[in-house]
Design a protein around this ligand. Sequence first.
Ligand code: MN
Ligand code: MN
Length: 463
Amino acid sequence: MPTVDELKNELFYKPKHAVNLVTEDEVAKADEFCEGYKAFLDEAKTEREATERVKADAIKSGFQEFVAGKEYKAGDKIYFVNRGKSIVLAVIGEKSLKEGVKIAAAHIDSPRLDLKPNPLYESDELALFKTHYYGGIKKYQWVAIPLALHGVVIKNDGSKVEVKIGEAEGEPKFVISDILPHLGAEQGKRTLSEGIQGEELNVIVGSRPFKSDEGSELVKLNILKLLNEKYDIKEADFLSAELEVVPAFKSDDIGFDRGLIGSYGHDDRVCAYPAAMAAFNVENPQYTAITVLTDKEETGSDGNTGLQSDYLKNFIAYLAKTQGLEVYEVLSKSECLSADVNSAYDPTFNSVFEKNNTSYLNKGVVITKYTGARGKGGTSDASAEYMGKIRRLLDEDGVVWQIGELGKVDAGGGGTVAKYIANMDVDVVDLGVPVLSMHAPYEVVSKLDVYMAYRAFLKFFKQ
Ligand code: MN
Ligand code: MN
């Protein structure tokens, strides 16, 4: 007769801490993998920078730029950049595309503050930028922290100026002010979500006037003069710019044991990086392996660089055509891991989680069967069959995984790109990394979970 403990061990589903499931060697590999991830976090804070960085790494790994209409053979590695803000990597498989492709889809945009089209103004001898926040943020978290400015300006002659300021050692940074607590009584009566309002997210960018005995807006004038000297731009050039304000923090190890990483923008570079690494390291797959790192997920995937557009489908259609196939013949046989984060259980704010169906830091990649809100509204809900298949795949390779739902029923909700790919007639499930303080300027993930995400994508591509 088995003991109670033996029987429980046999029959209960109880996810364990990954360190209890993997070798010490594996833990060391995870730590090493995450050093590369941290460098990526620090270097690629925006969708444009992530696209550039992944493209450069892809070229180093032997990927060639995709040429529409060209016939590719098994083992070929290609990349396709969509408007500088999203990138598709493909490794051509041994099997015909008729057998379908394997897609890993992550996003490389993160919540941030975008400059308004006409951002610069002067108020009481300070120069400031007006912003419009991008994605779901808690606005109060963005004040009184160091900020950096990233992006591009297209000048009237069509030339492009790349801006990245506030990151390198010794560079100036920017900041949004908050009211001191001594005078914060009125502000304190606001609800937390209104504590800082959208039009209060004004970034301080200067304080010294152009030296003159007369004239107004001299601080603004001085800033424009500096920008003109450095970038050869004028105020009207802001109209044709995409400038993004992001936290100026670097990524760090968190905790005495260094098991966690704190950083801006884990969502969703924490899946994008492992998915790209899996693309670089899968050699001669059976099925064509496609990694798509997309833009605009945080604002609903609309727009021609988001996954509601046809760019991924069109890319696959071009490949299909060269094998004499229609794109729908390929898609209906295809499978996808929608690689996005889920909310990690937070012991301090545990009331929003349902403990049996939430993901935890360090318990491996989280498979999210469905997202959505209010009775599964707006979700693709992966089938039992596909869930079963992914479970088997991960177990086969000893990839540590767990399941997770985004919070308690009716506590809130959220979505990913899963449904847009599912709507293309592809089997999809969300698989990614649990994140603490998701969408905060400084989010936290576990190194072991990041590594397990990489192993999951690699196994998915190698099936
Ligand atoms: Mn995400
Ligand atoms: Mn997000």
